[in-house]
Design a protein around this ligand. Structure first.
Ligand SMILES: *[C@@H]1O[C@H](CO)[C@@H](O)[C@H](O)[C@H]1NC(C)=O
Ligand SMILES: *[C@@H]1O[C@H](CO)[C@@H](O)[C@H](O)[C@H]1NC(C)=O
Ligand SMILES: *[C@@H]1O[C@H](CO)[C@@H](O)[C@H](O)[C@H]1NC(C)=O
Ligand SMILES: *[C@@H]1O[C@H](CO)[C@@H](O)[C@H](O)[C@H]1NC(C)=O
Length: 376
């Protein structure tokens, strides 16, 4: 940019001594030089340049970049800016979960994947088969935090240490074409608790056409409202989950999951609350068209005794839960299509239809009966 300013200055001052033709030529050469320079000048090659690039560029690129184990982690505050990931963005390991490896924040922005773009968390350097119970701290890979009016297109995220991507304290976010691939962690249950995409303290989130291959939750709603997920393929995870965070008062509302296809997952639809968390409410939740294949434990699994098995509590109310059309089949011994274990009086106003999960080996169990559903 500085180059361009200087050039124009020169051109203008030379103008009286040059004819039209050479002026034009000179001008176009400078424009070309500017266009070329701006791409290079706006490509992140070191983390500590990011703030400076954000000041001078509207369109920031990441090429191949390995973030060192020490020093600042990349934080992109993208006010009105675009970010394109064109190469492999990877991170030397940090056994510290106080900050996400990559943070994106700001208002009115657009983030997309370019050719060869991948965000690689190098999970193999962290995985130990113990997930969150390990002494080894494992950072979140991508945090969309305090963002508003942001669009994420076709990101490819691989091998996260723990959670792959979390949307926190954000609203008006669109995530389309996301591809999360933690299939390298399938071996020997190494990568347990690698959640795909989670949501906390966020609203007006629109997710569509995504695919997640992982070991923890495929989708995980911890807190938030007006979250709509449309067309998801989940492979090898725990399932599509609503599970409030344990530590604070919880409100989850207006959640809709449509066309969720789950293959080789623990559960299809799962809602879990703990007797040990503060009171709260989960309401106005819709699952519309869910297909399961080779489900390994429960098709629909709703329990209020998470972390205290056999003692469901009514601290969290689950109301207006609509489930329409759940089809497919289970695999393995001891698999059960539907399990409902509510606290006393805490479940109400559930409407279900078209639940037809085949090849279950154990009878359904329900201590609350949704309207329209015949448990036995
Ligand atoms: C950012 O990308 C969007 C969508 O491709 C485009 O419409 C917009 O003009 C871009 N903005 C900048 C600052 O490059
Ligand atoms: C979500 O909000 C609660 C309540 O304000 C707060 O305690 C918690 O730290 C927040 N979590 C995140 C990840 O923003
Ligand atoms: C529920 O969420 C949808 C987006 O999924 C939004 O369009 C709608 O306005 C929300 N409804 C309420 C009552 O908040
Ligand atoms: C459930 O709650 C009701 C009313 O609060 C009470 O009468 C009943 O005994 C409780 N049932 C159980 C199984 O605790």
């Amino acid at each position: 940019m500085e180059d361009l300013d200087t050039s124009l200055y020169l051109v203008i001052h030379l103008k009286p001594t040059r004819n039209m033709y050479s002026l034009k030529l000179l001008f176009s050469i400078y424009i070309f030089a500017f266009a070329k320079a701006s791409v290079d000048d706006c490509t992140v090659t070191q983390v500590d340049e990011i703030a400076k690039l954000l000041e001078k560029c509207d369109d920031i690129q990441i090429g191949d970049l390995t973030v060192p184990a020490t020093g600042p982690l990349p934080v992109f505050n993208l006010n009105g800016k675009n970010l394109t990931i064109n190469g492999k963005l990877s991170f030397e390991p940090r056994y510290d979960d106080s900050q996400a490896l990559l943070t994106i924040t700001g208002r009115n922005f657009f983030v997309k994947n370019g050719p060869n773009g991948v965000i690689d968390g190098q999970g193999a350097l962290y995985w130990d088969g113990k997930g969150i119970l390990s002494d080894r701290r494992k950072p979140l890979l991508v945090n969309i935090d305090q963002a508003k009016k942001g669009h994420f297109q076709s990101l490819l995220i691989k091998n996260c240490p723990q959670t792959c991507a979390e949307v926190s304290r954000s609203n008006d976010i669109v995530i389309s074409g996301l591809n999360v691939d933690v299939s390298d962690g399938d071996k020997d249950g190494l990568a347990v608790d690698t959640h795909g995409l989670s949501f906390v303290n966020s609203s007006a989130i629109d997710v569509k056409n995504i695919r997640i291959i992982n070991q923890g939750a495929c989708l995980l709603v911890k807190q938030g409202d007006s979250i709509k997920v449309f067309s998801v393929q989940c492979i090898g995870s725990e399932g599509a989950i609503i599970r409030p965070d344990w530590t604070y008062a919880n409100h989850i509302g207006n959640i809709s999951f449509e066309y969720v296809f789950l293959t080789r997952t623990q559960a299809g639809i799962r809602i879990q609350t703990s007797p040990h968390q503060p009171s709260g409410v989960i309401k106005d939740v819709t699952f519309l068209t869910t297909q399961v294949a080779d489900t390994k434990f429960r098709g629909i699994d709703i329990t209020q005794d998470y972390g205290d098995e056999g003692h469901p509590a009514s601290n969290i109310k689950i109301t207006n839960l609509n489930i329409k059309s759940v089809t497919g089949y289970m695999t393995d011994k001891y698999v059960r299509a539907v399990y409902i274990n509510c606290g006393n009086g805490s479940c109400s106003d559930w409407h279900w239809s078209g639940v037809n999960i085949k090849k279950a080996q154990v009878e359904n169990s329900c201590n609350y009966i949704p309207k329209g559903f015949d448990c036995w």
